[in-house]
Design a protein around this ligand. Sequence first.
Ligand SMILES: [Fe+2]
Length: 431
Amino acid sequence: MAGSARQGSIFAQKLDRTAFTSYFLGAIVPLVALAFIVERFVLPSLGEARLALGFIAVVLSLAVLSLGSFLVLRRTIRQSLRQIDGDNKRLKLLLNASQHLSSAQDESDAAAMTARCAFDVVEGSRAFVLTRDAPGSAFQLLHATGDGADKLFEKRESELHAVANLALSEGRPVIHGGEGGRGADGIAATAVPIPGDVSPLGALVVVRDAAPGPFEPAQVDSLGMLVGLASVAFRHANLQDAQRNFFTHVTDIIVMALDAHLGYHTGHPHRVAQLSNRIGRELGFDEHRLERLHFGALLHDIGMLKLDRTLQKNRLTCRSHTELGYRMLQRIRLWRDLAPIVHHHHEWYDGSGYPAGLAGEAIPIGSRIIGLCEAFDTMTSSKSYKAPLSWDDGLQEVERCTGTQFDPDVVRAFMTLVERGDIDPTIVESV
Ligand SMILES: [Fe+2]
């Protein structure tokens, strides 16, 4: 905002210079010319001193009036410029808020962004986002911004609730505090209802500590626009939350069904997911990639659900589970991006795996991680269908297959975790 303030100031300076030049050319020059003509041609012909003084007085009056008009005009221009600068600043803050609010991941994220923006728009001291579950129910403080905001809320909770309630009952922004900017209780606040589908979701309350004066209508209007954006962000965050909840629980149900279907593999998807998460984190995956890796690992054998139990132990038919899993996930929009990870989790780094015979970097990194974790869990878990290898024998087997079956970078991350004690024998028996 410093840049825009500077731009506004340069614009104001230019306008000021233009006004002064116009004044100089339009008023000063003609006045000087008039004075010159009067002094040269009019006064000598008049003869009488009183008449001459009269003329001088007229010219001086004109000069004073012109200067007065110029100063009034200049003051008006400066006030207008201040207002335009303020509007521009608020518009930029709102645009900024709109961009940030559209990326809010949850309600508290949206509330924090709303409070921060309100704080800047109104130049308040503290901002609070209050929500309630249903009309008439008690407010809950979702977010507070500003120095000592939590303490102020504790101290003045009832007054702040009263301002918020007033805004909600009137269905419009309310300003608490008169000419001096403060109410009888010493609080200078403005509250704006946050619109919801059926009833308001809550209220945004901004408090001024050392009130410079009453809240300006333009500031309160900006808060009205801000809560409109916040309302969309809250609904979007709720929808995302519901989607995540659905996604997690449906995955759990499928993984339980898969475990029951495989029988001998109890807990395998969860163990593979735990190992994969740790390797992904060690390789520097961000939260989004870790989440996709986690769900990919949980669902990596989902294709087995399409295979009859009698076919699962048949090596050739069992291989089709990668293709079957890929097709199952491809049809579900929320899981579509997991489909390639699941499809290629049995590829080998040297290209001798299945189903496509991909090699090296051509295999999705998620598949390379899950491939190692699945193989290691199958080798070492007593819950696997084979007699388990000891922990050390399993590690030796991983090292032996590095560069052929397993990606050396993934193995390196895995071994680092083992050396650090972040992966130990308890993990394979923990689920
Ligand atoms: Fe598999």
